[in-house]
Write a protein that binds this ligand. Structure first.
Ligand code: ADP
Ligand code: 5GP
Length: 214
């Protein structure tokens, strides 16, 4: 039986070398630049990223995987990929994570597949251990540490958010003291005191990423 392409005499196929010259190469979108936003829980990372996305286009936020339980209103696949501990460890063993960490008793990580999201700039909102790993695996990523104006302001924000129990607030504050000391490891530090100036500063940093786009 003849091959289907040979039956279709309206579309005689060119020899492979000729086809290579005639057909334009498929245009793959350039890979996204990666912007890491790190800092203690409750400092306002999610808030500044939301505000930044309202001001500037082309930014996508990677959806992390976690073993923590969804909070009310959180959706699987939108806010996080909520995984069982077994599934998280299975994917980790299979090399599927770009970075990962244990934070306040739960596992968190960025799946490598998130890097394929179509975006000019892909934002990773992650804690510090993960941000350190990104420096090793993606040294070209821009890494920004968002700092609180004070520990008291951080406590107020964590408590005011109302999403964590008092025990969880304390465990996040305990982690924050060490995290704040690590801020000197980061190329850029933005203090989120008043929201607008903090977002202005981030916007300027993102503009420098765009300026260096090839
Ligand atoms: P993170 O993502 O770092 O855990 P969130 O974005 O959830 O932090 O912010 C924690 C709480 O702090 C939220 O209730 C948020 O509205 C509040 N917040 C964020 N930025 C500011 C700011 N500049 N001033 C006062 N409150 C803020
Ligand atoms: P939360 O439980 O408040 O959503 O997140 C707790 C902490 O985990 C936050 O500091 C948040 O930035 C961080 N986090 C969220 N996703 C990831 C991730 O994929 N990797 C790492 N390393 N940290 C993450």
């Amino acid at each position: 039986m003849p091959h289907l392409a040979e039956q279709d005499d309206r579309r005689a196929l060119a020899a492979p070398a000729q086809r290579a010259r005639l057909l334009p190469a498929p245009i793959a979108p350039p890979p996204a630049r990666v912007l890491v936003i790190t800092g203690p829980s409750g400092v306002g990372k999610g808030t500044v990223i939301r505000a930044l996305r309202e001001r500037t286009g082309g930014l996508e936020v990677a959806v992390s995987a976690t073993t923590r339980a969804p909070r009310p209103g959180e959706e699987n696949g939108r806010d996080y990929h909520f995984l069982s501990s077994d599934e998280f460890e299975r994917r980790l063993a299979a090399g599927q994570f770009l970075e990962h960490a244990t934070y306040a008793g739960n596992r968190y990580g960025t799946l490598r597949s998130e890097l394929e999201r179509p975006a000019r700039i892909l934002v990773l909102e992650i804690e510090i251990q993960g941000a350190r790993q990104v420096r090793e695996v993606l040294p070209e990523a821009m890494r920004v540490f968002v700092a609180p104006p004070s520990i008291d302001a951080l406590r107020e924000r964590l408590a005011g958010r109302g999403s964590d129990s008092p025990g969880q607030v304390e465990s996040r504050l305990a982690a924050a003291a060490d995290e704040i000391r690590a801020q000197s490891e980061f190329e850029h530090v933005v203090v989120n005191d008043r929201l607008e100036p903090a977002v202005d500063e981030l916007e300027r940093l993102v503009a420098t990423m765009r300026d260096t786009e090839s």
